[in-house]
Every structure is written in structure tokens, then in C-alpha cells.
Ligand binder design. Structure first.
Ligand SMILES: *Cc1c(COP(=O)(O)O)cnc(C)c1O
Length: 418
């Protein structure tokens, strides 16, 4: 335990203090959490939860993984931060590892960031640079897209409630209908497109993927029109969908090679780190000296966390585990309750679609029963647990789901009549 004590208290005391000291950007916290181990976390009142959200697809190795903890501590005890006027072996090794895992061709390059939104911000700037040399500036993104909250990333994000308070946003971004190749083709045919940004699986929109073949069509159109194809793998990358990058799965990517991939969430196993991977010499050299920068991005502690996360995924065969557990769990969830209308997803990025708009109530009921899940849409529950989740842990939620749906349905009915 640190000698720098944070004051303790009950969950309700701490929640009150939260409301008095933090901006209300997230609504009231569901619980105040004090510690974790593997896929479990404990709240300030001592209750234990199976964390099936993993800090929103972040905690790939769960909490307090010994390999991650010792890698971060060792790096911090050796060299904690240097500016980007200097390099570190840790950062260089991580860049090389990412290029390898991405199966990126010769000439490819990496830029490090601290978050997903920053990675997408950088990708948008790369699209601008690419377009500037070609006299193009239109940027295409998809309806339902979520790419982050900084102004450029927000311009790529589709949801009106996130965008409107902050308009005017950087111009030139157009949203095309989701999973509609004809609409995409028409948007390209109109001319002047510099880049297209796509999530291989839209996580925030409720874990939905375009039909197989969509990314291949997008690749073909982007190539034909000399535009950059950017894949936002911030949520789907680093093993989440059972491959290092989700588009490596044949049914998602169809074998395409993108121009740019953005990563963050799971990359550092909980330590903030993001990356932009530019494929090949052209995209890899869009940014030159002075074009872009960051103070913290690529710092050795974050890089050590990412290397440790990648090491454990590889050493423990977690990609295969994620594919197998994901497949069997989705089948079990589909059969768990007649009110489960569908189960979507890849690997351990899963949505349970309910037959009524009660997902927020089911989320609350699940929490009371000791399971952290989230409702990205009124009808769906999202599961993005640590990749180390066991089959027994997954099964415990499947068994608890019918009662959580019961309780959620009752709460929804009470709210309607009150
Ligand atoms: C979470 C997310 C982002 C934003 O990442 P932050 O680290 O929160 O800035 C961007 N794109 C996708 C697909 C995401 O899921």
C-alpha cells in the first residue's frame, strides 16, 4: 500500500464527494471501486463483481496481472519518462512488435498516442495531408460511428447528442449509411474523397459489424479513388475479437490491407497508450518533422505495459482462448432466455440483444447481482470482459441472465406506471 493515502469511506460517502468535486460528465458513478484481481473488482462497501466490461474493453489481462504490474514497476524504476527528443529501447521494441503483429509491409511506421481519440485525431490529420497533395478533402465515416471526443475525432463521430453542443466541428466529414456499399460507392463517385474511416465492428453502436465483404469493397473504392482507408481498431484490436487486429479475421476483414489502423483501449492492459499504424512507405511518411507531436505518447512506462500485455496474450494463447470462449459463450447466451432476441459479436466483444428496450434496467439488475455489463443501446447489453475470463466465469453470467432480465423488466414496468 502506498504511504500517499487516499481517504476512504463508504460507497455513498464517496459518491457524494465525487458529485462535489468532479464534473458531471458521466452521470453518477454506479459504484466506487477500490481493488481488483483478475476479472473481479470490489467496491468500497466490500461487494465483489465479475467485470464483464473490463473498463470498456481495456483490461485485457484483468486487474493486477503480475506480469503487467512487474513490467510497469520495473520500467518506472529504471526510466519513467523522456521527451520525444529522445528515444527508448522500450518504445522502439513496441513499435517493431506492433508492425509485426499488424502484418504491416516494409516501410510501415507507428506513431504513439495516449488514447483512442488522439490516435484518430492523428489519422484525420494524415488524411488531410494525403488529400492536400491530391486536391481532395472530403472525409467519409459511417452512420453510427464512434471515434472519440476531441474536435477532429468528434467530427468523425456520428451521434448528434455528442456533436451538436460543440459545433462548428472541423469540416469536410460526411456520414454514409452503415453497411451500404452502394451508398459508399456513390459518395466516392462524387469525387474529392481523401479518406474513409471505419470501425470493423461498431462497439458503441451496439457491437454491429458490416456484412462480410464490406471492408473489401471499401478497400477497393479507396484504392480506386486514391483515398486512405483508416480502420479504427481502438475497441476491436489487440485480441479483443480473437485476432491481433479484428480485420485479420476473414469474416470481418476479408484479407484486406488497410492504410492506417488506430489502436488504444486494450493495448496497455489498463495503462493509457494508443497507436497509429501506417501501412507502407506512403502512409508511413505522411507525417514529417514538425507535423505532429505529443508529450506523453510513446513514453517508456506505457510502452512497457503494452509489451507486457502483448507478451501475456501470446504466452498464454489468449487469441485462441478468446475465439473458443467467445463462440461457446455466444451460443450459450443465445439459448439462455427467450427474451434474448439475438447475440452478436466476435471473440469477447459481444452484444446481447433483448426483445424490449429495457437494457439499462437489466444492466442495473445485473450489477446488483454482481455482474458489470453495459447497455450501449436501449435494447442491447455489451460484454467486453478481460481476455483471461474463464469459461466458468462466463457461465456464471449466463446462469444469472434470466433473473437479471426479470428484474430489469419489472423495473422498466414500474417506471412506466409511476
Ligand atoms: C473508445 C473508442 C474511441 C475513443 O478512445 P478514447 O481512448 O476514449 O479516447 C475511439 N474509437 C473507438 C472505436 C472506441 O471504441
Amino acid at each position: 500500500m502506498s504511504e500517499i493515502a487516499t481517504t476512504q469511506g463508504s460507497g455513498s460517502e464517496l459518491s457524494q464527494r465525487y458529485a462535489g468535486a468532479l464534473m458531471n460528465t458521466f452521470g453518477p458513478p454506479q459504484r466506487v471501486l477500490v481493488r481488483g484481481e483478475g476479472a473481479y473488482v470490489w467496491d468500497a462497501d466490500g461487494a465483489r463483481y465479475l467485470d464483464l466490461l473490463g473498463g470498456i474493453a481495456v483490461n485485457a489481462l484483468g486487474q493486477a496481472h503480475p506480469t503487467l504490474v512487474s513490467a510497469v514497476a520495473a520500467q518506472l524504476g529504471t526510466l519513467g519518462h523522456v521527451s520525444n527528443f529522445f528515444a527508448t529501447p522500450t518504445q522502439i521494441t513496441l513499435a517493431e512488435r506492433l508492425l509485426e503483429l499488424a502484418q504491416a509491409p516494409a516501410g510501415s511506421r507507428v506513431f504513439f498516442t495516449n488514447s483512442g481519440t488522439e490516435a484518430n485525431e492523428a489519422a484525420l490529420k494524415m488524411i488531410r495531408v494525403h488529400g492536400r497533395a491530391r486536391g481532395t478533402s472530403r472525409v467519409l465515416a459511417l452512420e453510427g460511428a464512434f471515434h472519440g471526443r476531441t474536435m477532429g475525432a468528434l467530427a468523425l463521430t456520428h451521434k448528434a447528442a455528442y456533436r451538436e453542443p460543440f459545433e462548428p466541428l472541423p469540416g469536410g466529414v460526411e456520414h454514409v449509411p452503415f453497411d451500404d456499399v452502394a451508398a459508399l460507392e456513390a459518395a466516392f463517385e462524387a469525387g474529392g474523397v481523401a479518406g474513409l474511416v471505419v470501425e470493423p465492428v461498431q462497439g458503441e453502436a451496439g457491437v454491429r459489424s458490416p456484412a462480410p465483404g464490406y471492408l473489401a469493397a471499401a478497400r477497393e473504392l479507396a484504392t480506386r479513388h486514391d483515398a486512405l482507408l483508416v480502420l479504427d481498431e481502438v475497441q476491436t484490436g489487440v485480441g479483443r475479437c480473437g485476432e491481433w487486429l479484428s480485420h485479420h479475421a476473414q469474416e470481418i476483414g476479408g484479407g484486406i490491407v488497410p492504410d492506417v489502423v488506430t489502436l488504444a483501449k486494450g493495448l496497455g492492459g489498463g495503462i493509457p497508450v494508443g497507436a497509429v499504424i501506417a501501412y507502407g512507405e506512403g502512409p508511413g511518411t505522411l507525417f514529417g518533422p514538425g507535423n505532429h507531436g505529443t508529450t506523453f505518447g510513446g513514453n517508456p512506462v506505457a510502452a512497457a505495459a503494452a509489451l507486457a500485455t502483448i507478451h501475456v496474450i501470446e504466452r498464454d494463447g489468449l487469441l485462441a482462448h478468446v475465439r473458443q470462449l467467445g463462440r461457446s459463450w455466444r451460443a450459450a447466451l443465445s439459448a439462455a432466455d427467450p427474451r434474448v432476441a439475438a447475440v452478436r459479436g466476435h471473440g469477447l466483444l459481444i452484444a446481447v440483444e433483448l426483445d424490449a428496450p429495457i437494457a439499462a434496467h437489466v444492466q442495473t439488475a445485473a450489477l446488483a447481482a454482481g455482474f458489470i455489463v453495459n447497455a450501449p443501446t436501449p435494447t442491447s447489453l455489451r460484454l467486453a470482459p478481460p481476455l483471461v475470463l474463464t469459461a466458468e466465469q462466463a457461465a456464471s453470467f449466463t446462469a444469472a441472465l434470466p433473473a437479471a432480465i426479470d428484474a430489469g423488466a419489472r423495473a422498466a414496468a414500474r417506471q412506466e406506471t409511476s
